[in-house]
Design a protein around this ligand. Structure first.
Ligand code: DP6
Length: 345
C-alpha cells in the first residue's frame, strides 16, 4: 500500500460561518485564526482495487465515523473518479483529548483534503501536483470550516466584495495582517466535555427560513470588511468588540432558530462576565469567542501571556470541567509529514 501522513490543525472563527448552500458553500464569508497545537494526524493508505474504506481512530476501528467519511469520499469521487478505483485505510489521532468538546471536524477533514491531494499527486504528479487551494476545497466537502485549516495564520473563506480573490470554494490566506495579530494566543476553557446536543450541521440547516437570516448575511459581510481593516491596522480594541459580538450573534441565531436551542452553559456565561470584568479592571485586551458549543476561547496578544495565564489558573479554571483548559496559538496550517517522493505544496 502507498501512504501519506498529514498533520492538520483546528481553527477558531472570528467572523462565523453559519448557514450553507448546495455543495457545502457558505451563506456568508468567514474569517478564522488557524491554531497550531490542536491537531489531527492522519495516515492515509491506499491500493488499487474496488472502492472501500476502513477507519481507525486512536488505534481502534471506529465504524461509527464511516457514514460521514463515505459521504465525503462520495462527494469527492464526483471530482476525482480515480477514488472509485482504490481501497483506502485511514488512521487518525487527535492531539487534544477525545471528549474535550473541541470541534475536530475541521482538523480531521483538512488532514483528509490535503492527504487526498497528495494521493492525486502520487497518481499523476505532472498534471496534478499538490495544491493548497484544491486541498481546501476538498476539505470543505467534508466540513465547511475545514476549508480554513489548510493555511494560516489568518484565513478567509466565502466570496465577498471586500476581499479580492475570496471565494466560496476554498479558503484564502489573509496577507495584510499587523504583527500584533500574528502571534495571538488562544486559551480554550473546556466548560463542558462530551458531544454536543445539536450538531453544527443541524444548526446550519436551521438557518434556512430563519427570521434573521438575510440580516445575518449582511452583517457578516460588513464584519468581514471591518475585521480585515482591524487586522491590517493592528486595532486590538476594535478586534475585541467585533469578535465578541460575532460570538454572541452566533449563539443568538441558535436561540432564535425554530426550534431554538442553547449551547452555552451557566459557566460559559460566568466566564464571559469574568473576562469582561478582567478587561475593565486591567486594560488587558483579552476577549472571548465561542464555537458551536459551551467552551470559551480566550484570544489575546502574546505579550499578555503571563498575566492571562495567572487569571486563568486563579479564576477561570474553576469554571472548567475538571479544571481543564488548552493552551494554543496561531499556526501556519496543514503539513505533509512524510513526503515520500511527493512534490510538496
Ligand atoms: C460555529 O464546519 O462544523 O464553528 O460544514 O456542517 O461540517 P459543517 O459545519 P462546521 O460549522 C462550523 C460552525 C462554527 C463557525 C465557524 O467555524 O465558522
Amino acid at each position: 500500500m502507498q501512504s501519506v501522513t498529514v498533520l492538520a490543525p483546528s481553527n477558531i472563527a472570528l467572523v462565523k460561518y453559519w448557514g450553507k448552500k448546495e455543495g457545502q458553500r457558505p451563506w456568508n464569508p468567514s474569517v478564522s485564526f488557524t491554531l497550531s497545537s490542536s491537531c489531527t494526524q492522519t495516515e492515509l493508505r491506499w491500493e488499487p482495487g474496488l472502492f472501500g474504506l476502513s477507519f481507525w481512530f486512536e488505534a481502534a476501528p471506529k465504524p461509527a465515523f464511516l457514514p460521514k467519511l463515505e459521504q465525503f469520499f462520495d462527494r469527492l469521487a464526483a471530482l476525482v473518479p480515480e477514488i472509485r478505483e482504490h481501497r483506502f485505510e485511514i488512521r487518525s489521532q487527535n492531539s487534544f483529548p477525545h471528549s474535550s468538546g473541541i470541534a475536530s471536524s475541521a482538523s480531521a477533514f483538512a488532514a483528509l483534503g490535503l492527504g487526498l491531494s497528495a494521493f492525486r499527486a502520487r497518481l499523476d504528479p505532472v498534471n496534478h501536483p499538490i495544491d493548497v487551494h484544491q486541498a481546501s476545497s476538498w476539505a470543505r466537502l467534508g466540513s465547511g470550516s475545514a476549508a480554513r485549516s489548510i493555511e494560516g495564520p489568518v484565513v478567509l473563506w466565502g466570496e465577498t466584495e471586500h476581499c479580492v480573490g475570496s471565494n466560496s470554494e476554498y479558503g484564502v490566506r489573509v496577507e495584510d495582517v499587523h504583527p500584533v495579530f500574528k502571534n495571538y494566543r488562544d486559551t480554550i476553557l473546556l466548560i463542558e466535555t462530551g458531544s454536543k446536543s445539536v450538531s453544527s450541521t443541524h444548526g446550519h440547516a436551521l438557518m434556512n427560513g430563519h427570521a434573521f437570516g438575510p440580516a445575518r448575511v449582511e452583517m457578516a459581510h460588513r464584519n468581514t470588511a471591518d475585521l480585515l481593516r482591524i487586522l491590517a491596522t493592528g486595532d486590538v480594541e476594535g478586534f475585541v468588540d467585533l469578535v465578541e459580538s460575532e460570538a454572541l450573534v452566533l449563539h443568538a441565531l441558535m436561540m432564535s432558530s425554530v426550534p431554538g436551542y442553547l449551547l452555552m452553559r451557566p459557566n460559559t456565561l460566568a466566564a464571559i462576565e469574568q473576562v469582561r470584568a478582567f478587561r475593565r479592571d486591567t486594560g488587558v485586551p483579552l476577549c472571548f469567542t465561542l464555537d458551536a458549543g459551551a467552551n470559551v476561547h480566550l484570544l489575546y496578544p502574546e505579550d499578555f501571556e503571563q498575566t492571562v495565564h495567572e487569571f486563568v489558573t486563579s479564576t477561570l479554571s474553576s469554571l472548567c470541567a475538571k479544571g481543564a483548559y488548552l493552551c494554543d496559538a496561531l499556526g501556519t496550517g496543514a503539513k505533509i509529514l512524510n513526503t515520500n517522493g511527493l512534490i510538496p505544496a
